[in-house]
Write a protein that binds this ligand. Structure first.
Ligand code: ZN
Ligand code: ZN
Length: 220
């Protein structure tokens, strides 16, 4: 076996260490790559899991002022290792890399037994470019069932807009025809940055009658 990220041969001592620490096993990674990902510590914004702040963060305050309630959980910091990972997984399209985090995600979603999982969809262009949705990649590999009831229209590339423009931008998500919605939904995304994407999806779902929506991302 070789490390999925750096191609280093995996030693058996790693899996022993892993077992000893009783951490969710990243059996596909070498020790060096594995430890380059940093879990979000105990000290985080209670509302969105932003690191190193124990009270409501400024992002969440801003949302609150706009009447948006943030109820988010994330697993890892969006550090350089995570950036490099997503660039290889999403933009170079290395589908095998879904396996690096699928088991962590499966473990983290266990408390949400009452919630139906709903991955944030890609627009048709996004899907064409990447050939797969990075979030459903995780869920498929973890054998977790999820809803497929949302679509996304094309929009101007989010990164080319300012935060203000992003917030003011039009709704790009829509419900597919003839969908039956559950009362409780856990929305799943890969990275939480401003939270704007999740707010837009939540607007569509609340308007359609969903009662309880929580959100989750691999990185924050
Ligand atoms: Zn490695
Ligand atoms: Zn926050």
């Amino acid at each position: 076996m070789r490390c999925l990220l750096c191609d280093e041969a995996l030693s058996s001592s790693f899996s022993f260490t892993d077992l000893f620490l009783l951490k969710p096993s990243k059996t596909n990674l070498c020790f060096t790559c594995s430890k380059s990902f940093v879990s979000i510590s105990e000290k985080h914004c209670p509302s969105c899991y932003k690191s190193d702040i124990a009270e409501l963060c400024s992002d969440c305050h801003a949302w609150q002022e706009q009447g948006e309630q943030v109820n988010h959980v994330a697993l890892y910091r969006y550090n350089d290792a995570m950036k490099a990972y997503f660039s290889q997984y999403k933009f170079k399209g290395d589908y095998l890399l879904r396996k690096v985090f699928s088991q962590d995600i499966k473990q983290a979603l266990k408390p949400y037994k009452d919630y139906q999982l709903l991955p944030v969809p890609l627009s048709p262009d996004g899907l064409n470019q990447r050939r797969f949705n990075q979030v459903t990649g995780f869920l498929d590999d973890a054998s977790l069932p999820y809803l497929d009831l949302l679509g996304k229209y094309e929009s101007i590339k989010q990164s080319s807009k300012t935060r203000q423009e992003r917030l003011a931008s039009q709704q790009t998500f829509y419900l597919k025809k003839d969908t039956v919605l559950p009362d409780k939904i856990l929305l799943i995304d890969d990275i939480y940055t401003t939270g704007a994407t999740l707010v837009l999806v939540k607007q569509v779902l609340y308007q359609a009658g969903v009662k309880d929506i929580k959100t989750f991302s691999l990185a924050r």
